[in-house]
Design a protein around this ligand. Structure first.
Ligand SMILES: *Cc1c(COP(=O)(O)O)cnc(C)c1O
Length: 831
C-alpha cells in the first residue's frame, strides 16, 4: 500500500468509526457502552473490508478461461471463526489508528477491552470447523478465488455450563448484541425444496427420463456474507452463510381464523434450520432436521455457484473446469446429487455431460477413520425428504457398479461392500441406508486424508476397496493452522520476541521460523522466552482465579489438554495420571519418586461433550470430582492442581495455548486423523507429550523426535493387540499403581463414597477398554516422569521448547492450501 493510500485508509476508518458511534449514541445517548463501541468499530472495519470485497470480486470475475486457478467453493457445515475485530484490525494494519479513534471519540477506552467483548462466532464443534476457518484466512492470504459456504446458526452449537460438576447445555445466543460483521446480499436468494414427489415430464429433455420434482415445501435460502481479510494484501475471502425462511411465511387463512400456531407452522419449521449445529441426533426429529440442514446448505450453495458461473460465462459446459467444489467431510456429500439434479433437471444437460462436470468439480476430505462415525442416512428418509436426489443417487450407483463389474467380474461381495447403498443385513432386518462417504468418493476426482498416517490408513482400511478401484484418486494433504491468529494475535509476547530475532516475515512465510532453531541454545533468548511464557501463564492464572476461584501457581508446570471430549482423545488417561500423581504425593509428600522435590503441576482441561454422548459427559463429571478432591486437599498444596475451564472455544484457546508448557496429544494411535491443536501448542512453545498418531508424527519428524515426549503403542501395535485379543484386566492386575487408581475411582473416593457414579467407566476400562488406556498407562506415566525431569532444568526445557517453535514452519495453513491447489483443485489434477 502506498503512503497516500495508507493515509486515506486511516482517515476513512476514523470517519467511519465516528459516524457509526454517533449512530449508536443516537439510539442510546450518554457514555457509550463497550458493546456499542465494539459495534461501531466492527461497522467501520466492515465498510473498509466491503470495499476490498468488491475489488476482489472484480479481479476474480475477470479471471477468464485461461486462468490457472479455479474458483474454490469450500462447503462445510462448520466454521469456527472466533472473534473478528482483532483479526480485522491486524489485517488492515489499523490497530493503532483504532486506539487513536477510541481516545478521541470514546473516552480513551482500551482497544483490548473492546476486543474482549466480542462473542465468538462458534459455528462449529471442533477441529474440522476450525480448519475451515484457518482455510478462509489462507484463501485470502494466497489470493485464491474462493467462497466458503456454510449455515448461519443463530445459536451455534451450544454454550457449556457446569452445574455440580456436570455439563449443562444452553443456546449460545452469540448474535444477541447484533451481528455487525455480516452483510446481507438481498439478490442472493434461492428456493430449496423438501418432500413432494417426482413426476415424469416429457418436456424435460434430460437423459434421466425427463423427471420433475414437485410439491412438498419450499424454503428460501438468503445469503449473508462474512468477509475475511488477507494480512499482506488487499484481497479478502468470503464466508457465505445461508439463512432459512419459509417461502410462504404465514398461512393467511389460518391467521384470519385466529389460529396463530397453525398460521406460523411453516415459518417455525423453516426457522428450525437456523437454530443450532448438530441437533441432538438421538431422536428421529433431530436426525431429520440435520439431513435437511445438509441438503439446504448444498442446494443454496450450488444454485449460487451456477448463477455466478452463468453470469460470468453464459454456458455451463466449462463449469467443471473453472470451479472446484470441496466437501469438508461428508456433511455436504449431497453436493454431487444436487449438482446432477440442477444440471440435468433444471438446465437440461445430458446425464453424461453433467456427470463429467460433476466429477471434474467435486473433491472430498475425510476426517475420521472410525467406522461408526461414517455418515449414513436411511433410504426411507430420502424417500420422504429428497425423492429426486434418491433417484439420482441410484442412477450414479448403477453406473458405478457397472464399472466395478467390468473391473472385477463375478465379485459380488465387492459390489455389496462398495455400493453407495448399504442393503442392510439380510437376516437382521436392518433398513437400507445411503453411504455418504461412498457417494463422495465415487463423485470426486480427488479424495484426501489430513495427515500422512491418516491418509495411509484410509487407503489400507475403510477405503481399501475404493483405493484398489481408483488408486490415483487418493492423496494426503496434512492440515495446518494460520500463524496470524494462532501466533501473531494469540501471543503478542512471543511474536515480539520472534520479530526481534528473525524479523516479521514469519507471518507470511512461516518457514522462517527455522531460523530461530539456530538460536535455541542461546541463554539470553531462553531467558526472554521464559519471561514471555511466565507472563502468559500469569494471565491464565488470573483467568482461572476469576472463573473458578482456584489459585494456581504460575511457576508450576502448566499441563494442558483442551479439545472436544471424546473417548478416543483419552482425557480419561490424563485424569488417571492425575489420580496416580495425587496418590504418589500423599504417599510421599516431600520427595518425588526420583528422590527430588516434586515438580508443581497445574493440569488444565477444557472441552465440550456432544449433548447425547453419555460417556463423554461422565468423563467431564469425573474431572470435576477429582479436581474437587485434589484441589481441596491441604496435603497437596500447589504440587498438583486440576482445573476444568468451561465453554471451550477459539477465544479461550487463544488465552490458554500461549500459557501451556506441556501439550497433551494422547489419542489412541490410529484414531486422531491429524489434530491441529497439537500444532498450535508447539507453535507457541509448548512441548508435546503424545502418541505416534496423526500429525504428531510429522511434527516430531520436523522438529526432531527428541523434542517431543512420545509414548505408547503405535497404530500397528494397537491393531495387532486387538487381533490377538486384548485383555485390559491383565494390565490392571500387573500394575499396582494402576490398580490403586482404578480402585479409588471404583470405591467412591471421588464421588463422596458413592461406588455407582463411575461404575460405567470402571467396567468399561476393566472389560473392554476399546481405546487401550490400560495398555498405554504405564508408558504414559513414565513419559510424565521424563517431563518432570526436564522441567527441573529450565534452560534445557526452554531450548527444546524453542526447537518446537522452530520446527513448526511447515504447519501453516498457507502451505496446506498451496498443496490443495496443487494436488486437488488445479486443472492438472483433473488428468
Ligand atoms: C484447534 C481447535 C480444535 C482442534 O483441536 P484438536 O486438539 O486438534 O482436537 C478444536 N476446537 C477449537 C476451538 C480449536 O481452536
Amino acid at each position: 500500500m502506498s503512503a497516500t493510500e495508507r493515509t486515506r485508509t486511516r482517515a476513512s476508518l476514523q470517519s467511519a468509526f465516528k459516524t457509526a458511534l454517533a449512530r449508536e449514541l443516537s439510539q442510546a445517548p450518554g457514555t457509550p457502552s463497550k458493546e456499542a463501541i465494539l459495534r461501531a468499530a466492527a461497522h467501520a472495519c466492515r465498510d473498509l473490508l466491503n470495499e476490498r470485497w468488491v475489488s476482489t470480486q472484480q479481479q476474480d470475475n475477470q479471471r477468464g478461461e485461461a486462468a490457472p486457478v479455479r474458483r474454490v467453493h469450500y462447503l462445510s457445515m462448520e466454521f469456527l471463526m472466533g472473534r473478528a475485530l482483532g483479526n480485522a484490525l491486524a489485517a488492515l494494519g489499523l490497530d493503532k489508528v483504532m486506539q487513536e479513534a477510541l481516545d478521541q471519540h470514546a473516552g480513551g477506552v482500551a482497544l483490548g477491552d473492546v476486543i474482549e467483548r466480542e462473542p465468538d462466532a462458534a459455528l462449529g464443534n471442533g477441529g474440522l470447523g476450525r480448519l475451515a476457518a484457518c482455510f478462509l484466512d489462507s484463501f485470502a492470504e494466497l489470493g485464491l478465488p474462493s467462497f466458503g459456504y456454510g449455515l448461519r446458526y443463530q445459536y451455534g452449537m451450544f454454550a457449556q455450563g457446569i452445574d455440580g460438576g456436570r455439563q449443562v447445555e444452553s443456546p449460545d445466543d452469540w448474535m444477541r448484541m447484533g451481528a455487525p460483521w455480516e452483510i446481507i446480499r438481498p439478490e442472493r436468494r434461492y428456493p430449496v425444496r423438501f418432500g413432494g414427489r417426482v413426476v415424469s415430464d416429457s418436456s424435460n429433455a434430460g437423459h434421466a427420463g425427463g423427471r420433475r420434482w414437485v410439491g412438498g415445501e419450499v424454503i428460501m435460502a438468503q445469503a449473508y456474507d462474512f468477509i475475511v481479510p488477507a494480512h499482506h494484501s488487499e484481497r479478502v475471502s468470503t464466508l457465505r452463510q445461508w439463512h432459512a425462511s419459509s417461502a410462504n411465511p404465514i398461512d393467511f387463512q389460518a391467521f384470519c381464523r385466529g389460529d396463530y400456531i397453525e398460521a406460523s407452522r411453516h415459518r417455525v419449521a423453516a426457522d428450525a434450520l437456523n437454530w443450532v449445529l448438530y441437533p441432538d441426533d438421538s431422536t428421529e426429529a433431530g436426525r431429520e432436521l440435520r439431513l435437511k440442514q445438509e441438503a439446504f446448505l448444498v442446494s443454496a450453495s450450488l444454485q449460487d455457484l451456477i448463477a455466478r458461473h452463468l453470469r460470468e460465462y453464459g454456458t455451463l459446459l466449462n463449469l467443471g473446469k473453472l470451479n472446484a467444489i470441496h466437501l469438508n467431510d461428508t456433511h455436504p456429500a449431497l453436493a454431487p446429487a444436487e449438482l446432477m439434479r440442477l444440471l440435468v433437471d433444471e438446465h437440461a444437460l445430458s446425464w453424461d455431460a453433467a456427470w463429467k462436470i460433476t466429477r471434474q468439480a467435486v473433491s472430498y476430505t475425510n476426517h475420521t477413520l472410525m467406522p461408526e462415525a461414517l455418515e449414513t442416512w436411511p433410504v426411507r428418509m430420502f424417500e420422504a425428504l429428497l425423492p429426486r436426489h434418491l433417484e439420482i443417487i441410484y442412477e450414479i450407483n448403477h453406473h458405478f457398479l457397472e464399472e466395478v463389474k467390468a473391473k472385477a467380474p463375478g465379485d459380488t461381495a465387492l459390489l455389496r461392500r462398495v455400493s453407495i447403498i448399504d442393503e442392510g443385513s439380510e437376516h437382521g432386518g436392518n433398513e437400507r441406508r445411503v453411504r455418504m462417504a461412498a457417494l463422495s468418493i465415487v463423485a470426486s476426482h480427488r479424495v484426501n486424508g489430513v495427515a500422512k498416517l491418516h491418509s495411509d490408513l484410509c487407503v489400507q482400511t475403510i477405503f481399501a476397496d475404493y483405493a484398489c478401484l481408483y488408486p490415483d484418486r487418493f492423496h494426503n494433504v496434512t492440515n495446518g493452522v494460520t500463524p496470524r491468529r494462532w501466533l501473531a494475535q494469540a501471543n503478542p509476547g512471543l511474536s515480539n520476541l520472534l520479530d526481534a530475532e528473525i524479523g516479521r516475515g514469519w507471518r507470511k512465510n512461516l518457514a522462517d521460523l527455522s531460523k530461530v532453531g539456530k538460536l535455541a541454545g542461546d541463554a539470553e533468548l531462553q531467558r526472554a522466552f521464559q519471561a514471555v511464557k511466565r507472563e502468559n501463564k500469569e494471565k491464565l492464572a488470573a483467568l482461572i482465579r476469576t472463573q473458578l476461584g482456584t489459585v494456581v501457581n504460575p511457576a508450576s508446570l502448566f499441563d494442558v489438554q483442551i479439545k472436544r471430549i471424546h473417548e478416543y482423545k483419552r482425557q480419561l488417561l490424563n485424569i488417571l495420571h492425575v489420580i496416580a500423581r495425587y496418590q504418589a504425593i500423599l504417599a510421599s509428600p516431600n520427595k518425588a519418586p526420583d528422590g527430588l522435590d516434586w515438580v508443581p503441576r497445574t493440569v488444565v482441561i477444557a472441552g465440550k461433550a456432544a449433548s447425547a454422548y453419555h460417556m463423554a459427559k461422565l468423563i467431564i463429571q469425573l474431572a470435576h470430582d477429582v479436581a474437587r478432591v485434589v484441589n481441596s486437599d491441604p496435603r497437596v498444596g500447589d504440587k498438583l492442581k486440576l482445573v476444568y475451564l468451561p465453554n471451550y472455544g477459539v477465544s479461550l484457546a487463544e488465552t490458554i495455548i500461549p500459557a501451556a508448557d506441556l501439550s497433551e496429544q494422547i489419542s489412541t494411535a490410529g484414531t486422531e486423523a491429524s489434530g491441529t491443536g497439537n500444532m498450535k501448542f508447539a507453535l507457541n512453545g509448548a512441548i508435546t507429550i503424545g502418541t505416534w498418531d496423526g500429525a504428531n508424527i510429522e511434527m516430531a519428524e520436523a522438529m526432531g523426535v527428541l523434542n517431543m515426549f512420545v509414548f505408547g503403542l503405535r497404530a500397528e501395535g494397537v491393531q495387532k493387540m486387538k487381533q490377538l485379543g486384548y485383555d485390559p484386566k491383565l494390565y490392571i492386575e500387573e500394575n499396582r499403581q494402576l490398580k490403586a487408581v482404578m480402585d479409588a475411582i471404583g470405591n467412591g473416593t471421588f464421588s463422596s463414597g458413592d461406588p455407582e457414579r463411575y461404575r460405567a467407566i470402571v467396567d468399561n476400562l476393566t472389560h473392554r477398554d476399546g481405546y487401550m488406556l490400560m495398555a498405554d498407562f504405564a508408558d504414559y506415566v513414565a513419559a510424565q516422569s521424563r517431563v518432570d525431569a526436564l522441567f527441573r532444568q529450565s534452560a534445557a526445557w526452554s531450548e527444546r521448547a524453542i526447537r518446537n517453535v522452530a520446527g513448526m514452519g511447515w504447519f501453516s495453513s498457507d502451505r496446506t492450501i498451496a498443496e490443495y491447489v496443487e494436488r486437488v483443485w488445479s486443472l492438472n489434477s483433473l488428468g
